[in-house]
Ligand binder design. Sequence first.
Ligand SMILES: C[S@@+](CC[C@H](N)C(=O)[O-])C[C@H]1O[C@@H](n2cnc3c(N)ncnc32)[C@H](O)[C@@H]1O
Length: 267
Amino acid sequence: MNKYVHGYSEMEANRLSAQADSLANLIHYDSIWEEGSLILEAGCGVGAQTKTVAAQNPKSKFISIDISEDSVREAETLINSKEIKNVEFKVADIFDLPFEDEYFDHIFLCFVLEHLPNPKQALDKLKSKLKLNGTITLIEGDHGSTYFHPDSEYAKKAIQCQVDLQNKSGGDANIGRKIFPILESAGFKGIKVSPRQVYVDDSNPQLVEGFTKNTFTAMIEGVKQEAVSNGLIDEESFERGINDLFKTAMGGGTFCYTFFKGKGIKK
Ligand SMILES: C[S@@+](CC[C@H](N)C(=O)[O-])C[C@H]1O[C@@H](n2cnc3c(N)ncnc32)[C@H](O)[C@@H]1O
């Protein structure tokens, strides 16, 4: 995984937090599990989703893990500051989980598979820790679902740089459309995928700030140095692309992006 997607830097942590806040309703209105469940949140990062899902399920217990110790520490501080009491944090690797088999009632992952070179293997590992009839819930983006007004070839090229760099580091920024086949390949049953489109225009200034500017454009802007140094684009064209993305967040601009939420059952 590359540093720009990790949540290790303060800027990235702020971006993940802006993303989670602006999207909480859209992606989490149905992130509800039956009371008394034991839920594994894999790849919790700085706790940007944890604070929503744990608060929405006060009678269930979460074990939230991440491979980054710094992120786990930050997530713990955030959850304590909100006086949320039903989360236990652990530094752990999805590929080497320190739990018995068939331990969890449910598993939840958000924006994690898109960074892994082997998402099916990750699901295999996670599935072994899931009880029979337990469910897995995945949320992923798909950069191919991005369109906006005013349209711009430069903005599209800048976005493609992020897609190419994520591919280069073994990830897949267009993974959202593949959630169904990936869950199927890992043997999950009863799979349902629900696309969640974010549509932003001037009528919702909070989403203009929280999503178009501070989530999406900030993410693309974050790969500038790497894109230029890898020869994917010249600096001027990249900056023009970012500038054009900002235009979609100005008067009269609109922006669309689709997240995909998938659920499967272990049978
Ligand atoms: C883009 S962040 C998403 C964080 C959080 N789920 C969110 O939505 O804000 C991806 C997270 O996956 C974690 N991660 C990557 N590979 C991992 C692995 N093998 N085991 C555990 N966590 C991992 C990273 O450290 C990072 O915190």
